[in-house]
Write a new protein. Structure first.
Length: 275
């Protein structure tokens, strides 16, 4: 019989800079989201290595809190949802379809997880798992106005029950993902995650992607291309030339302990060459 999952709240909060549990307020939600995206990197190293990604809470907790790793949305947002609920927030998971870089009216699979939080009857979306364009602050759900975050401005629009999240990037509003408010069951995360980490059409399979936020900046790694994007400034990009350079950047810039794997160097070399 499987033991019930216990969230290691003390260690989780300690990683986020808290010595005790903060109250379930909007200020706390803002602070949690900003700290989480800075502390726990988005990364696809498991799917790069073609290792199955487990999305059971115990496996995610072990990976994020004990293995020195990050993860993608089904990991980062799933543990974050459990954190919010443990702190007393009225929160539940949602799923969405990623349209970034493609047509807004496309209907790709539901491969993104985000969180809906209700505070005093007011609804917000909170997301700590959307890679290089993750919103770093909660967003009012029932508003179509431009909303500031610690990084780029975002806005939400609603058409026929479907919300579209857009970010202001280089002077234009670019769609990130679409979502609705339908109830989500744990099996929906399992199915979405299975597609992301195993399907040949998954954008993460065999790819090395990492992202992390910081004060006024974002760091991204796309195979061999490492970039630092500072607000209001031109991006700084460097093409990494060796496996050791990549491992150093993952460790020092993203705080990731790269997992051992017999083909790790060969796979990274191939990705560098392809970039």
């Amino acid at each position: 019989m499987t033991e019930p999952f216990m969230l290691d709240l003390h260690t989780y909060l300690e990683r986020l800079g808290y010595s005790s549990a903060p109250p379930p307020t909007l200020d706390t939600l803002r602070e949690l989201q900003a700290r989480h995206t800075a502390e726990f990197p988005f990364e696809t190293l498991a799917s790069m290595l073609r290792v199955p990604v487990e999305v059971e809470p115990a496996a995610i907790q072990d990976k994020l809190l004990r293995q020195g790793r990050g993860g993608y949305c089904f990991e980062l947002n799933r543990l974050y949802l459990l954190l919010l609920q443990a702190l007393g927030f009225d929160a539940r998971g949602l799923t969405g379809r990623v349209v970034m870089g493609g047509p807004e009216d496309a209907l790709p699979a539901r491969t993104h997880m985000l969180v809906l939080v209700t505070l005093d009857g007011v609804r917000y979306i909170s997301d700590v798992g959307f890679g290089g364009m993750v919103p770093t602050g909660p967003l009012l759900l029932d508003s179509e106005a431009e909303q500031a975050t610690p990084h780029e401005p975002y806005r939400l629009t609603l058409v026929d029950g479907t919300y579209t999240l857009r970010a202001l990037v280089a002077g234009s509003w670019r769609a990130m993902y679409v979502f609705d408010l339908q109830q989500v069951a744990d099996i929906d995360y399992v199915v979405g995650n299975w597609y992301v980490c195993t399907h040949p059409d998954s954008p993460f399979l065999g790819q090395m992607i990492a992202a992390r936020t910081g004060p006024g900046l974002r760091k991204t790694l796309n195979n061999g291309s490492f970039a630092i994007h500072r607000l209001g400034q031109a991006s700084e990009r460097v093409q990494l030339q060796s496996v050791d350079e990549v491992l150093k950047v993952l460790r020092e810039e993203f705080g990731i302990q790269v997992p051992e794997h017999p083909e790790r160097r060969e796979i990274i070399e191939r990705l560098i060459a392809g970039a």
